[in-house]
Design a protein around this ligand. Structure first.
Ligand code: HEM
Ligand code: HEM
Length: 183
């Protein structure tokens, strides 16, 4: 399977990025919403793993954005209505933007609350120029929460659209994003 995208299908690196990020985003959302209620023994570790993997996801998204911008974007199946193509692309590009804003707001929030992330227990990553400022941290917390719900909505629409293409339109849209498929 070619590493680069063609005009008709995704290459192996885009597929790898897609499924890695999708898994990470879903786990980060679920853990993010529930970690507050974890028992005392796990809460600290959960917060730290959430922050560290969120920062890692931000780095992966930046690399993925470079790869997306330097590869052809496979066209949608020819019978797809123009409005659907427009919204599909809008959702794809919104994911890139929101998946940078999400970790950035979390990072800024943590640093402004006075708890900068300790990257997988290896080293601290303070945000340059950000010192403790609870009012700013609360604004970033609201951004983090609002973007989280936007992501939940977009992921739901995106998955339903992919399943609609597979089961109703019966085209190759889902298959061409699966590992091992050449489509
Ligand atoms: C794409 C990456 C991320 C996703 C999807 C995500 C998702 C979430 C969600 C859904 C919540 C619950 C929101 C709430 O109830 O307030 C949350 C909370 C939180 N996130 Fe993230 N997050 C991400 C990245 C990060 C990063 C990089 C950091 C810090 C470096 C971070 C720090 C936090 C903290 C500290 C909370 C708890 C806030 C509180 O309850 O006081 N997150 N996250
Ligand atoms: C949090 C979860 C997800 C995110 C953030 C996400 C993000 C994206 C993005 C940005 C693209 C555009 C292609 C690219 O730039 O690499 C894409 C394409 C695609 N995604 Fe997802 N995705 C997620 C979950 C899923 C799931 C669970 C499915 C399967 C049901 C899926 C099916 C697809 C398909 C089939 C395409 C290709 C569409 C086309 O051929 O034009 N995605 N996804």
């Amino acid at each position: 399977m070619p590493i680069r995208n063609t005009n008709y299908s995704y290459g192996s690196l885009s597929k790898f990025f897609h499924w890695l990020c999708a898994t990470m985003v879903i786990i980060l959302l679920v853990v993010g919403f529930f970690m507050h209620d974890f028992s005392d023994i796990f809460r600290g570790t959960a917060y730290n793993l959430h922050k560290s993997s969120g920062i890692l996801l931000m780095v992966i998204m930046l690399l993925r954005a470079i790869w997306m911008l330097t590869n052809p974007k496979p066209t949608m199946p020819s019978n797809t209505p123009a409005w659907e193509v427009f919204f599909a692309y809008l959702v794809h590009y919104a994911f890139y933007v929101l998946l940078i804003i999400m970790p950035l707001s979390g990072w800024l929030m943590s640093c402004a609350y006075g708890y900068p992330p300790n990257f997988f227990g290896l080293f601290m990553i303070p945000f340059p120029g950000i010192t403790k400022n609870v009012a700013f941290a609360e604004i970033m917390h609201s951004v983090h929460l609002i973007v989280a719900w936007c992501l939940v909505c977009l992921v739901s629409i995106h998955v339903l659209a992919a399943l609609k293409h597979h089961f109703i339109n019966k085209d190759n849209l889902l298959l061409r994003m699966l590992p091992g498929q050449k489509n």
